[in-house]
Design a protein around this ligand. Structure first.
Ligand code: UTP
Length: 595
């Protein structure tokens, strides 16, 4: 009873500080049971939010006022092309950067932001639990990322001082949210952390924040009960949580120097991470964003340098595409986001994979107490901008971190061709088909899987493997997503983490037909004079693949249609892709080489 009264008193105190007078009135008139439940919610929300709810409301009022007045967040800033480098995969410079990156990989840590609900994809479970390919349903994104970290470790352990080798790990932190936390933890536990140690993995959970119904920051209350509606605060929470939970402080004490932030469903980016780390080391970048070329106007944030002489400020930052063009028109080029001689924007596209220097990162978060810039994006009902269409909330983005840095900080980018480092699984197949028709990236289950095959085949091609060409007839249509159905190559992280390593393992003359499937796994697997017109799967068992496999035991990818008889009974991970596998009848007789 006493505890309940204390909670209620605390709740009243918080609501008064937050100037939530309407809610206070509702609270006063509520039943004891309702009061208890609201009090618990308010006290928890206040505790979870860094700085407390009163600060949240105050900042929201300021930002909502700016939004109402139409204040331009980039007002006074003049854009210019940021500093960075274009990295061409397999070039001499690329190999040097990869080597530098791998020499420094033992000082790296990884952060996976995996709190997103994935509304656009519409998958009923967590995105990191999705398999990368139907060829191995056990190999989900989370497992793949852990496999990469293990593969990095096995390559860099020899660089680690002997006395530090025992217990050496590359740490991983995963940010979850209420929507993903339990399932992510269960997956990790069930799969024994995918071979990482429990100590090596830290999970931090982001909490939601109160939704707001008006410019006064009044909380949105549920219709049928006395409960505050809450909404996600955005992936920028990752910075606050790493600081609040002492994760980054711990990593700094372990002498870790670099921290790589990555996303839930972009497996390809790990191909670019070693060289991007090399760029960070060589250029001494405090922040280095992995970018891809973007066409002018493409719906992808662009990295730009913004200078405001009047306030002596210069930042290099992601600018959302809808803000970039007007900003450029105002003070960079009257035609806005124009193309360079290669047809791409001068402002590279942000993949939201960022390499940060630990010392700068920690110093900055110490200064801001872990707080990072927020924004608000209310949708108004009318021109007076007084009434919202639906409740809004403060949000923050991971890529806004550089806003906190001073003018002298080095913020840049490493830009790669898209096929090499970027393909996310974000959209359901229906929306993806609409995007596809408009010439935009579908970023869906089908392209997620096929882009991996294509990237890996291109890598093998780059290092000298000959592939049978695909023709127009090889294009498959998966409910409106049309992809080239060529050889399906999967390079497991254990096979090679750098292009040089992969190159060194492939000798002689090698050929792969367009219907083949090749799964390469294992640090000691090599290829020599292989002629493949079949399916060939390897495991981590040391082996050399050579000779001819011409038995045409293909695995076919068969398009599905929602009108198919058995469609409803299919597994969701199959349905979201729009295809299923059709192995040969004698599936057991495929060329599977294992120990
Ligand atoms: P997305 O842009 O893919 O958004 O997030 P989302 O919330 O996952 O998906 P939709 O918009 O509901 O369809 C980019 C990355 O940021 C993470 C996601 O998990 C993904 O890795 N994220 C997003 C968070 O960790 N927290 C958030 O609040 C939002």
């Amino acid at each position: 009873m006493e505890i309940q009264t204390k909670f209620q008193d605390k709740c009243i105190e918080i609501l008064e500080e937050c100037e939530q007078f309407d809610l206070l009135e509702k609270f006063e008139n509520a039943t004891e049971e309702e009061k208890d439940s609201l009090a618990q919610q308010i006290v928890k929300l206040d505790f979870d939010f860094k700085g407390g709810l009163a600060e949240y409301c105050e900042r929201a009022r300021d930002l909502l006022n700016d939004s109402k007045m139409g204040v331009n967040p980039f007002g006074g800033f003049v854009p210019s092309v940021p500093t960075g480098i274009n990295v061409e995969a397999n070039s001499k410079e690329f190999h040097q950067l990869e080597a530098t990156g791998m020499e420094n990989m033992q000082d790296a840590c990884f952060v996976l932001v995996a709190g997103g609900l994935g509304e656009r994809l519409g998958y009923s479970s967590i995105k990191v639990g999705l398999p990368l390919t139907l060829l191995d349903k056990e190999l989900c994104y989370l497992k793949f990322y852990c496999e990469y970290i293990k593969a990095f470790e096995s390559r860099v352990i020899r660089n680690v001082d002997e006395e530090k080798r025992e217990g050496f790990h590359i740490p991983l932190c995963i940010m979850t949210s209420g929507d993903t936390h339990e399932k992510t933890l269960s997956l990790l536990e069930e799969k024994e952390y995918f071979g990482l140690t429990k100590d090596q993995v830290t999970v931090v959970k982001q909490e939601k924040v109160p939704a707001l119904i008006d410019n006064n920051s009044n909380f949105s209350v549920a219709k049928d009960k006395l409960e505050i509606e809450t909404k996600p605060h955005g992936h920028g929470d990752v910075h606050t949580l790493l600081h609040q939970h002492g994760v980054i402080q711990k990593w700094a004490k372990m002498d870790k120097r670099w921290v790589v932030f990555f996303q839930d469903t972009n497996a390809l980016v790990f191909r670019a991470i070693p060289s991007a780390l090399g760029v960070s080391v060589k250029r001494d970048f405090d922040v280095n964003s992995i970018c891809v070329p973007r066409k002018p106007g493409e719906a992808m944030g662009g990295i730009a340098t913004l200078t405001n002489e009047a306030v002596n400020q210069k930042i290099t930052i992601n600018v959302e595409y809808n803000q970039l063009d007007p900003l450029l028109r105002a003070s960079w080029n009257k035609d806005g986001d124009v193309a360079d001689e290669n047809g791409y924007s001068f402002f590279p596209g942000n993949t939201n994979v960022i390499v940060m220097k630990v010392s700068t990162y920690l110093d900055t978060l110490d200064k801001t107490q872990g707080l990072i810039p927020e924004f608000v994006n209310p949708k108004y009902k009318d021109e007076s901008k007084e009434v919202f269409k639906s409740a809004t909330r403060l949000e923050c983005m991971m890529q806004d971190f550089p806003k906190l840095l001073d003018k002298t900080s080095k913020v840049g980018f490493s830009c790669y061709e898209k096929w090499f480092c970027f393909s996310a699984v974000k959209n359901n197949i229906v929306d993806a088909a609409v995007k596809f028709d408009k010439g935009l990236s579908p970023e869906c289950g089908a392209t997620g899987e096929y882009d991996i095959f294509e990237c890996n085949a291109k890598i093998l091609k780059m290092v000298g493997v000959e592939f049978e060409d695909t023709v127009e007839e090889d294009i498959k249509d998966f409910q409106g997503i049309r992809v080239k159905d060529g050889a399906k190559v999967f390079l497991h992280p254990s096979f090679g983490v750098t292009i040089k390593e992969i190159r060194d393992k492939i000798t002689g003359e090698n050929y792969i037909s367009k219907k083949s499937m090749l799964w390469l796994q294992g640090e000691e697997t090599t290829i020599h004079n292989l002629h493949l017109d079949s399916t060939l799967v390897t495991s981590s068992f040391p082996q050399t693949l050579e000779g001819e496999y011409k038995d045409q035991k293909y695995i076919d990818y068969v398009p599905l249609s929602p009108t198919d008889e058995d469609f409803e009974n299919l597994d969701e991970v199959i349905k979201i892709r729009g295809f299923k596998l059709c192995p040969p009848e004698n599936f057991d007789e495929l060329n599977i080489i294992s120990n």
